[in-house]
Design a protein around this ligand. Structure first.
Ligand code: SF4
Length: 249
């Protein structure tokens, strides 16, 4: 099966465990203000690629991925759920560790046809990296153009299905660094029994030039990169929130 691909990275080290072959899919319905890949947004762009072709590229460097595997990110990979399922089904036949990095925005609660497809994908998925952009619904809407309702429902569905999850949170000064919401995020994810890791990533403005090239206004153009010390501080608040939640239970 073919999917619309934005790009491929042979030696990814930040998109799941070990060294990974990273597939960036094309198309994303979100509009996160800090997105550094606005060139992945357009759904009708990218290059059509076959899952076999992707796996044969993977095979060329297979020895490097022995503690890693394949990660599909984007854009929003779950916009192309049939393609990712096909790729992962073939990957599992080859014993390759599979990971999806998603915003969770495409989740549709209660739609049996969709959930059947999702279950098929999850049956061949070893790990989901789920980005929670903001725990507060209004702030999430302002930041991404969408409510976080589907994302949180997706997180809870993954827990029900016992799929290991890494939560990712981008720390954007003045936008996602309110201590109240960091603790609240910790309280929320502390309730997820399938939580395996937490990544707090510092905002950086490396995407600025892409916005200029695409002629899109960059809402955060005056914002500086987030200092690393702030990430340590934010992570400790989220971890406190997780502990509080787990002590209560
Ligand atoms: S979900 Fe990811 S790709 Fe989509 S707009 Fe947000 S940061 Fe960019």
């Amino acid at each position: 099966m073919k999917g619309r691909i934005h790009s491929l990275e042979s030696f990814g080290t930040v998109d799941g465990p070990g060294i990974r072959y990273v597939v960036f899919t094309q198309g994303c319905p979100m509009r996160c203000q800090y997105c550094h890949n606005p060139d992945t947004w357009e759904v009708n762009a990218g290059t059509w690629m076959d899952s076999e072709e992707i796996l044969s590229n993977y095979d060329k460097n297979r020895a490097f991925y022995k503690n890693g595997g394949i990660t599909v990110t984007g854009g929003e990979p779950l916009l192309q759920i049939d393609f990712v399922t096909d790729l992962f089904e073939k990957s599992k036949k080859e014993n390759i560790h599979t990971c999806i990095d998603t915003s969770g925005i495409t989740f549709v609660q209660g739609n049996s046809e969709y959930l059947k497809k999702l279950d098929r994908l999850l049956s061949v998925t070893d790990l989901v990296m789920l980005d929670i952009k903001h725990i507060n619904m209004e702030a999430h809407k302002k930041l991404t153009g969408h409510s976080n309702e589907r994302i949180l429902q997706f997180a809870e569905y993954l827990e029900k299905k016992k799929i290991p999850v890494w939560i990712r949170h981008v720390l954007v000064p003045g936008i996602t660094d309110d201590p109240k919401y960091l603790t609240e995020l910790g309280n929320y994810i502390g309730g997820l029994s399938n939580l395996k890791a937490l990544d707090v990533l510092p905002y950086h403005n490396m995407g600025k030039s892409k916005y200029e090239q695409l002629g899109i206004d960059y809402p955060l153009k005056d914002l500086d990169n987030c200092p690393k010390e702030k990430v340590v501080w934010a992570k400790s608040l989220i971890l406190d929130g997780i502990r509080q939640k787990r002590q209560k239970n």
